[in-house]
Ligand binder design. Structure first.
Ligand code: AMP
Length: 396
């Protein structure tokens, strides 16, 4: 029994076959450089890596190629897969929970594309292709926004004309919800506390923070789109909206050009030319002043959110680092929480430097706030949500 998880993103398609009960990954693959003559397809299966290069015109071709490579490797999808879980970025104010996909739901996800033009269209394509390939199993949409749908109004409301906001569905939705929910639950389990007040820092290529009170999110850093909040690999995070008007008026940039600038040519990439944290680290070691500044901007923003969420929560029990940077970059963890002993937060340098793929504590014994590294696993969370819904609706 396994669940196929499809994450059809803006420029790549990730797919993984997961055993939702054991949590084991059976096969995992990636299609990238979509739209290029030399697209890349990789599959990890039974300890081997299969890699192919071929033209991948669009996401539909990309996912079809993913099914081909799975079949070529001998993965029996038809016999074994009981459900397909699809990561869908924007559920707007329509979807608050994992949802069984039918024609109506697919249309509604497509209709939400104006809120997430880079993400929902490839999500829809991924669903269409996967449903054609596996027509006899339930397909479930798991929304990045769902976990945050019940944010308090004070946190989800933008202070703009309320009629315009209502008409155009403008509010703070939050993203990376599957990850924030997964790691916050793991943290509560790990520490054996249901009443945990925690700050979750999901620091990957995209990055977001959330404040979670006894399992319920009360604030998060991303907003109408995944552009708001922390400094990210290629996205600017918080910015004065006046910058947009200024660019429109003074630099003669149209909306698409500004969108591209803020989403793809900003953040670490905008400040240094590279968005990968490992490369940034090398440049800092080489004394590159732009890289040093980019790192300082990144940490400054992160500390601002940590401070804000401490006050929002009132009592803080745990800080959780997750995703590529949060799990691996010990220096980021140390700098984000430096000199906070007065607030009861103290990193243990030795624990912090230890490498592991397991959940672990990196704060000192005496730290009032427990600092944890918890590896995220969005694919497993999606697989479990899909399996749960498939079971309740089909009895599988
Ligand atoms: P994600 O989006 O969660 O896959 O995270 C991607 C980010 O994690 C990239 O910026 C990587 O450079 C960063 N990353 C991955 N491994 C490491 C590492 N060992 N040290 C620092 N950053 C890392």
């Amino acid at each position: 029994m396994s669940v196929l998880v499809v994450n059809s993103g803006s420029s790549s398609v990730k797919f993984e076959l997961v055993d939702p009960d054991s949590g084991d990954s059976i096969a995992a693959g990636l299609v990238e450089q979509i739209g290029e003559l030399q697209g890349r397809v990789v599959l990890d299966y039974r300890g081997e890596t299969i890699e192919k290069r071929r033209e991948i015109a669009d996401h539909a071709v990309g996912l079809a190629v993913a099914f081909e490579i799975l079949a070529g490797a001998g993965v029996e999808l038809g016999a074994d897969v009981t459900a397909v879980g699809h990561r869908v970025v924007h559920g707007g104010d329509v979807f608050h929970e994992p949802t069984l996909i039918d024609e109506k739901v697919l249309q509604q996800i497509s209709d939400l594309s104006s809120l997430a033009p880079l993400h929902n269209p490839p999500n829809v394509l991924g669903i269409e292709v996967a449903r054609r390939q596996l027509p006899n199993v339930p397909h479930v949409a798991v929304f990045d926004t769902a976990f945050f749908h019940s944010l308090p109004a004070a946190a989800s409301t933008y202070a703009i004309d309320r009629e315009i906001a209502k008409k155009h569905h403008i509010r703070r939705y939050g993203f990376h919800g599957t990850s924030h929910q997964y790691v916050s639950l793991r943290a509560a389990e790990f520490l054996g506390r249901e009443d945990l007040n925690q700050i979750v820092l999901h620091l990957g290529n995209g990055a977001s923070a959330s404040a979670i009170e006894s399992g319920i999110p009360i604030d998060t850093s991303m907003g109408l789109t995944p552009l708001e909040g922390l400094v990210m690999g290629t996205r600017c995070g918080d910015i004065d909206p006046g910058v947009v008007m200024h660019l429109r008026r003074s630099a003669d940039m149209d909306v698409d050009a500004i969108d591209e600038l803020l989403n793809r040519r900003s953040g670490l990439a905008g400040l240094t030319g590279v968005n990968d944290f490992r490369e940034l680290g090398k440049r800092i070691d080489d004394g590159d002043a732009d890289a040093v500044l980019a790192y300082e901007v990144y940490i400054h923003r992160l500390r601002k959110y940590i401070g804000a969420y401490m006050l929002a929560l009132g009592r803080l029990d745990a800080i959780i680092f997750t995703a590529g940077v949060g799990e691996n970059a010990a220096g980021v963890r140390a700098d984000a929480l430096a000199n906070l002993r007065g607030f009861g937060i103290e990193i243990d340098p030795e624990r912090n430097m230890m490498r592991s793929k397991e959940a672990r504590v990196v704060s000192t014994e005496g730290s009032a706030v427990t600092v944890l590294v918890i590896p995220t696993n969005e694919e497993l969370a999606i697989a479990r949500a899909a399996q749960k819904l498939a079971r309740t609706t089909t009895g599988v």
